[in-house]
Design a binder for this molecule. Structure first.
Ligand SMILES: [Zn+2]
Ligand SMILES: [Zn+2]
Length: 138
């Protein structure tokens, strides 16, 4: 059987947490919020937003752990290798967010916008023409 071309798989660094989701995605964006910066140790994090019922955890259910970043939001990470790969929030009920960098190529997903751009780091350039959206709660 041919692999399903309408789905994308991904995993954490060690490969013990593996997942699959079906297309289409809802959106893909770079998040510049300070919570993403600090939890990933990175200037920004590129997320893919999908409807949560399109998500399927293939393996690693006992290793996938969740840490709260606020009252509403949680990051999902592999407790073996520490990769932070998922996000869910009551702010985006019905969605699950997945880090683009943890998806297995080939796929043609790429960010369409910069979110929470008001807290972007000063040490990177973002002259890519993508739409810039600030924190809507400020
Ligand atoms: Zn892992
Ligand atoms: Zn963020």
């Amino acid at each position: 059987m041919r692999p399903k071309s309408n789905s994308i798989s991904g995993s954490c660094l060690c490969g013990e947490v593996e997942f699959l989701f079906s297309l289409p995605i809802k959106w893909c964006a770079n998040c510049h919020c300070t919570r993403c910066q600090r939890s990933h140790g990175a200037g920004f994090v590129t997320w893919v937003g999908i409807n949560k019922n399109q998500f399927f955890l293939k393996k690693g259910n006992t290793l996938l752990n969740w840490v709260s970043s606020s009252k509403k939001s949680k990051y999902g990470f592999c407790s073996k290798c520490g990769s932070s790969i998922l996000f869910k929030s009551t702010k985006w009920e019905g969605e699950i967010h997945i880090t683009l960098a943890n998806l297995h190529p080939p796929h043609n997903l790429k960010p369409q916008a910069h979110a929470y751009f008001d807290t972007h780091v000063e040490w990177l350039n973002f002259n890519d023409g993508l739409k810039r959206i600030d924190d809507p709660n400020k």
